[in-house]
Design a protein around this ligand. Structure first.
Ligand code: NAD
Length: 763
């Protein structure tokens, strides 16, 4: 491999192989996908229909060329710089494939295996010598598009430059967080994760706990997703888990603590024999019973293996230390799982990785833990954990003794988070080049301005960052007040502003709760003030004398989408879901969303007369279309063709900052645009579309009213325009139409329903 990956190949088109091929295609890199028979072809067809899809757009599938190994398909990998093997977890079948690969692959290409458990030293037994320097492991997690962890292990003889090229490609192009592992069985996350799961199952079963009790204990207090242990087993699949544990039984050294666990294999095997294999198999430790026309959650009785209705009313302390010190079987179970798992993790360093932060990162990204095992030790108190283990007669791992002496595995006192290294020194937790994290900035500085809705941070080099921090980052009057204050502050002392948050979602839009309260109170003057405050804030951002750059991730809905539409440049992550979903709550975009979409539609070279762009906006907003990726957002027009996609979320802020600085040089805000709108005659044409849809039974009476409102806004209202109008005229219409819609009962019902259920009401 010459340092660049311009073409890749994946062999094995099952769950992982097809997902990996899609992830490579999503990055715009051509990839061959081969399997036996016509499996690769079928897999690609399936992925284009799957929801959620592994592909960021349907057109990304065109970059995947499929082939059959039965029909010379292996030739397709001949010009690939990187070949990923993702076939069944059988060492002999894998070795056989590697031998065949040597006849076709180009010199200096790199071959990696996606094995979950088998170390390179095992995989390469009997391999051609030429393969050895070109071989590594790239262990993706399922599903490969969204799971950010990639474990990268290299063998003793793997070419370092090939590993670096792979790591860079996986990080920048595929958006993965690359965790370097040693070449040991199951690498990091599965090694520790399986130990934790097996240990938890055994401790719970031995104490006669129900699956719900165990999950309540072993989930939240540990900062672990609520699927906890048994729920997670169902997701993994009981049969798959049994297979992985058998592999670990075979591969782990005899003195490994893994072998001291009682694995309850008999229980798991009985479940598999009964067909209770987990979610994909229709039920495992839990099952959703739909037999009575409603959904009831059932849980498995671990003795009889019969289902009963799930119930748990266990009051569990939120504090982990309080839980593990609780003097009953719940506290004992929690301590047994914590002490064994955390001690095992401590033994694994430096065997599986040189740094404790890498082990923590693997568990955070691979298993969704909020803190890794070493973060948990620090939470409990490293000295306390060590003394408890010693008091129980357990040998205390050396790394834990060191941590106990220094007060923990991590040091948070300075500007940078530091970790305890194997040699006893404190070292900065590493950040790859080109990664800028807001949480690091926040650790070492005070906000420039802040209120309950957000904070403003100094990112250096004259760039400031506005960070919203309400629940789901909903926008409200305090947000607008802070935006206005920020604009003054940035205008005086900075060159550019970025809007960014490290929360899961950029913004779910306007504070619906406030709108509901105001509507119920009949405070329509206040609603008007709320609408105009948003319009004013977004307008100020748009016309600021410095560039404002949005850097979103996750949901950007309603007002959260509208704010972004006002900026010239938006680098977004792959997982950016944008939509003007206002009609779902009975209104139309009211903070300039209609206006901005019209401006975009009219600016297209192929816009044609006034009707086609207006119809395009009508269809998009009327359907409340939401993108399922940033690439899709670009297709829908929420992102411009020039807006960039940052694949790796950790790189988003740095990319946004570089982009903002590029724009700042000679920046001039956009000028006010005059629009030639079609007026009532255009509205009549769109009304016909709505009526056709209504005849087909597709919309309700209230949908029709919302459509009429939307039509009025985007066609320019009642006046027959002879002359073009300034874009701001649309804002006035947005407000008028929303005030009318908010005064209707069905809109109030839609808002109330969304607030209570999180789902749209079709009324
Ligand atoms: P899978 O069973 O879904 O797919 C395996 C594919 O390999 C099948 O399409 C099969 O036709 C193909 N295959 C079998 N023998 C072959 C051969 N000789 N030549 C070419 N193709 C062959 O399996 P999967 O879950 O995608 O796992 C693939 C690899 O990824 C395994 O090594 C597994 O341990 C690893 N892995 C799986 C997961 C997971 O969650 N499923 C996660 C990480 C790693």
């Amino acid at each position: 491999m010459s340092g660049r990956i311009t073409k890749a190949a994946v062999i094995g088109a099952g769950t992982m192989g097809s997902g990996i091929a899609a992830t490579i295609a999503n990055a715009g890199v051509p990839v061959a996908l081969v399997d036996l028979a016509d499996f690769a072809d079928t897999a690609v067809q399936r992925m284009t229909k799957q929801q959620p899809s592994p592909l960021v757009t349907k057109s990304a599938a065109r970059l995947i060329e499929t082939g059959s190994l039965d029909n010379g398909g292996l030739e397709l990998v001949a010009d690939a710089d990187w070949i990923v093997e993702a076939i069944i977890e059988d060492v002999d079948v894998k070795r056989d494939l590697y031998r065949r690969l040597e006849d076709v692959r180009k010199p200096a290409s790199v071959v990696t295996s996606n094995t979950s458990t088998i170390p390179i030293s095992e995989l390469l037994v009997g391999a051609p010598e030429t393969l050895v320097p070109d071989f590594a492991v790239t262990h993706f997690f399922n599903p490969p598009r969204t799971m950010r962890l990639l474990e990268l292990a290299s063998g003793a003889e793997t070419r370092p430059e090939a590993v670096e090229t792979l790591a860079r490609f996986a990080d920048v192009a595929l958006g993965k967080t690359v965790v370097r592992c040693k070449d040991t069985p199951a690498f990091i996350a599965n090694r520790l994760g399986c130990f934790w799961l097996s240990c938890a199952i055994a401790e719970a079963v031995d104490r006669g706990l129900t699956v719900e009790e165990a999950d309540a204990l072993l989930g939240r207090p540990f900062g672990i997703p609520k699927t906890a242990v048994f729920g997670l087993m169902d997701l993994i699949g009981i049969g798959v888990y049994v297979h992985i544990t058998a592999s670990l039984d075979r591969l782990l050294p005899e003195d490994d603590l893994w072998h001291a666990l009682t694995h309850k294999t008999e229980l798991l095997q009985r479940m598999v024999d009964k067909g209770l294999t987990g979610r994909a198999g229709g039920g495992g430790f839990y099952r959703l019973d739909r037999s009575n026309g409603s959904k009831t959650l059932n849980a498995l009785d671990l003795g009889s293996l019969e289902y009963r209705e799930s119930s748990v009313s266990l009051a569990v302390p939120v504090e982990l230390r309080e839980l593990v010190e609780q003097a009953d079987r719940y506290g004992e179970c929690a301590w047994a799982v914590a002490s064994k798992t955390l001690a095992y993790a401590a033994w694994l360093v430096p065997e599986v990785a040189d740094r404790v932060s890498q082990v923590d990162l693997a568990m955070v990204l691979g298993f969704g833990w909020q803190h890794g095992p070493f973060g948990l030790v620090d939470q409990l108190g490293a000295g306390w954990v060590a003394s408890q283990l010693a008091a129980e007669g357990v040998t205390v791992p050396e790394s834990l003794i060191r941590a106990a002496a220094r007060g923990g595995f991590y040091d948070h006192s300075g500007a940078e988070k530091r970790e305890l290294a194997v040699d006893g020194s404190l070292r900065s937790v590493p950040r790859p080049d080109g990664v800028l994290l807001l949480r690091d900035v926040k650790r070492r500085s005070e906000p420039l301005a802040a209120n309950e809705a957000g904070s403003v941070w100094d990112l250096g080099e004259g760039v400031a960052c506005f960070e919203p921090h309400t629940k789901l980052n909903v926008l409200d009057l305090p947000s607008f007040e802070l935006i206005e204050q920020t604009i003054e502050l940035v205008g005086a002392d900075f060159q550019a502003l970025i809007l960014h948050t490290e929360a899961d979602h950029f913004s779910a839009g306007a504070n619906l709760k406030r709108i509901h309260e105001l509507v119920v109170a009949g405070a329509f003057d206040e609603i008007e003030r709320f609408l105009s405050a948003g319009q004013r804030a977004f307008e100020l951002l748009k016309r600021a004398p410095f560039p404002v750059v949005g850097a979103p991730h996750g949901l950007c809905l309603g007002g959260g989408c509208e704010i972004l539409l006002h900026f010239f440049g938006v680098p977004a992550t792959t997982e950016t879901w944008m939509g003007l979903v206002e009609p779902r709550v009975g209104i139309v975009p009211g903070w300039g969303g209609c206006k901005e979409m019209l401006l975009r539609a009219f600016a297209r070279p192929s816009a044609g007369g006034p009707i086609p762009p207006v119809r395009q906006v009508f269809e998009l907003i009327g359907a409340a279309a939401t993108s399922t990726s940033a690439d899709h957002a670009r297709e829908l027009g929420f992102l411009r063709p020039d807006d960039r996609v940052t694949r790796n979320r950790d790189r988003l802020l740095a990319d946004a900052k570089a982009f903002a600085l590029e724009l700042a040089d000679g920046y001039a805000p956009p000028e006010v645009v005059m629009l030639r709108l079609p007026g009532p005659s255009g509205a009549a044409a769109l009304k016909l579309d709505v009526e056709t849809c209504a005849l087909a039974g597709g919309i309700s009476e209230h949908d029709r009213r919302i459509s009429a409102g939307l039509t009025r806004v985007i066609t320019g209202g009642d006046a027959d325009f002879v002359e073009p109008v300034a874009e701001h005229a649309i804002l006035v219409l947005e407000t008028a139409v929303n005030l009318e819609l908010l005064a209707t009962e069905p809109t109030v019902e839609r808002i109330a329903h969304m607030l209570t259920t999180g789902k749209p009401l079709r009324n």
